[in-house]
Design a protein around this ligand. Structure first.
Ligand code: ATP
Ligand code: MG
Length: 501
């Protein structure tokens, strides 16, 4: 019966895959084709596998259990990419896993997994589980519970893509491929396991994963895998927002955020479906700032640097804040209270919708709150340098410069100030006394000389060398270019805090 079930899920998929490499074993007498390969022959280098994942597998195997690296760790190693993290799959139950390690914690309510910790690294270790045909679902087919242990085989079938269902035993140097994942990797093809529409209904987040992996790996999406996405896109609305937040964050931190966002739009996965994407794609002044911010995030990720979600979300919501800030000032409010109010009203409106966690919100406030002081430069710069979030605030300012929102000279001034010794700083302070300017300028064209700056504050500013106070419009009211509906203007009261602490 299980064979029938598997065949139905596969739709004959395994036998369709390209012939395996010579190391493949003939198909097992029963069940779908299981192909095995030597990892080294496929190009996996053991050094690529983290020592912590290696150790987890070793300990489990010594304890008499099966244990494999699975998912992105195998997929990326096979592609010659550095995996982001490593997951381990085993036939040991969570309790059995926990008993074998000194630092291991069982987590999860819906389905228990074990976090095995070595130093700062955590290896997510999960027990093989099965996809139930009679699982509890919501009215759209979304699986609400999938907590039944299963065979390794069944574990492969419940995964999303064939390339994510490869099991690597780093001790025996063996890759197990139940579903033709190796052939798909070679063909650079993203193929959903089973019937794609059913799998998207079970878990609509898989649509985001399709887009993310296609963009990240530059793979062609198998036509049958892509076909249902447009039609089923609206099912994403039923996904709990915290889960959506996690998956969107993965997408934004994939190193291919810009490509992902474009692709999501191409597949019709926004417009009321993904609140965050609506924010990204429906910017009041076009997408210049967001594009610069996402390109910057991509550069950082690709250079192996960390990306802070607070910084990322501060960039995504900036235009809303900035517009409201200007509108409030145009209404006669002073700069700082206006900014406070603008931040409050945008966060009140967006934070719960996007499920942004509180600690990220605190970061966002500080990054935004530093902007007026950084725009001003002058003597206040010395105190700004001591701010806990100065670096992030400075990086943010450089993005605004790159997007053409502030003059290049301001970015250069700060870059030199940050890098300079005490004497240089004094000189700079003399060259740029505090300005009257208190807010962002709109619609300045990006200066061709302003090269990209990295969002960690490693400035690689070419610039034109001029530090003059050019082009900072004194009258910011004149730069306001839109009327906000009145309900967007006054929302939230100024909070009793000083962002420039
Ligand atoms: P990366 O970590 O590089 O983003 P990954 O493939 O490891 O990619 P994870 O989210 O870490 O992605 O998930 C690990 C594995 O768990 C996946 O490779 C896949 O086999 C399985 N998986 C994750 N999410 C789903 C899902 N929504 N449906 C089915 N299987 C999933
Ligand atoms: Mg992973």
């Amino acid at each position: 019966m299980i064979v029938k079930f598997i065949r139905r899920l596969l739709g004959g998929g395994a036998s369709e895959s390209a012939p395996p490499a010579p190391a493949a074993r003939p198909p097992a007498a029963s069940g779908p084709t299981l192909l095995t390969y030597r990892g080294s022959e496929l190009g996996i280098k053991r050094e690529q596998i983290s020592p912590a994942a290696m150790k987890t597998c070793e300990v489990l195997q010594r304890g008499g259990y099966k244990a494999f690296v699975v998912g992105g760790g195998v997929r990326d190693s096979l592609l010659g990419l550095q995996p982001k993290d490593f997951d381990v799959a085993t036939d040991a139950t969570p309790e059995e896993v926990q008993a074998l390690f000194r630092r291991a914690r069982i987590i999860g309510r819906r389905f228990k997994i074990v976090h095995v910790m070595f130093g700062r690294e955590t290896i997510e270790t999960s027990t093989f589980r099965a996809l139930q045909t009679d699982a509890e679902t919501d009215e759209h087919g979304r699986v609400l519970r999938d907590n039944v242990f299963g065979s390794q085989h069944e574990d492969a079938l419940r995964r999303d893509f064939t390339i994510n269902a490869l099991y690597y035993d780093p001790i025996g140097d063996q890759v197990l491929d139940y579903l033709g994942g190796v052939a798909d990797l070679k063909a650079r093809r993203l193929r959903m396991i089973g019937d794609p529409a059913t799998r998207y209904r079970e878990d609509p987040v898989r649509m985001l994963r399709t887009v993310r992996f296609a963009a990240k790996l530059d793979f062609e999406v198998d036509p049958a895998t892509l076909a249902p996405v447009r039609e089923l896109a609206s099912l994403i609305e039923n996904v709990p927002s915290a889960r959506l937040f996690d998956e969107m964050l993965k997408l934004l931190e994939s190193g291919h955020a810009l490509a992902c966002v474009r692709r999501l739009r191409a597949e019709g996965l926004h417009h009321g479906v993904l609140p965050l994407l609506d924010v990204i794609l429906e910017q009041p002044h076009g997408e210049r700032f967001i594009e610069v911010a996402l390109a910057n995030t991509d550069d950082r990720v690709r250079a192996g640097k960390s990306v802070s979600p607070g910084f990322l979300f501060a960039t995504l919501l900036w235009q809303l804040v900035s517009d409201r800030w200007q509108a409030l000032m145009a209404g006669g409010e002073h700069s700082i209270p206006a900014l406070m109010q603008a931040m409050d009203s945008v966060l009140d409106e967006q934070a719960s919708k996007l499920a942004i966690q509180r600690r990220h919100i605190a970061d966002m406030r500080e990054i935004w709150g530093l902007q007026p002081r950084l725009e001003k430069g002058g003597r206040g710069a010395i105190r700004a340098l001591e701010h806990l979030r100065f670096r992030a605030g400075f990086d943010f300012l450089l993005l605004r410069v790159e997007a053409g929102e502030l003059p290049a000279s301001l970015g250069q001034w700060w870059t030199q100030f940050v890098e300079g010794d005490a004497a240089t700083r004094e000189q700079l302070l003399d060259a740029r006394p505090g300005e009257a300017r208190t807010g962002p300028a709109r619609r300045r064209r990006r200066r061709s000389s302003a090269r990209r700056t990295s969002a960690n504050g490693d400035p690689d500013h070419g610039g034109d060398g001029a530090i003059a106070d050019d082009g900072v419009p004194a009258d910011r009211a004149a730069s306001i270019d839109r009327d906000w509906p009145s309900d967007l203007q006054g929302g939230g009261s100024p909070r009793d805090r000083d962002p420039q602490r």
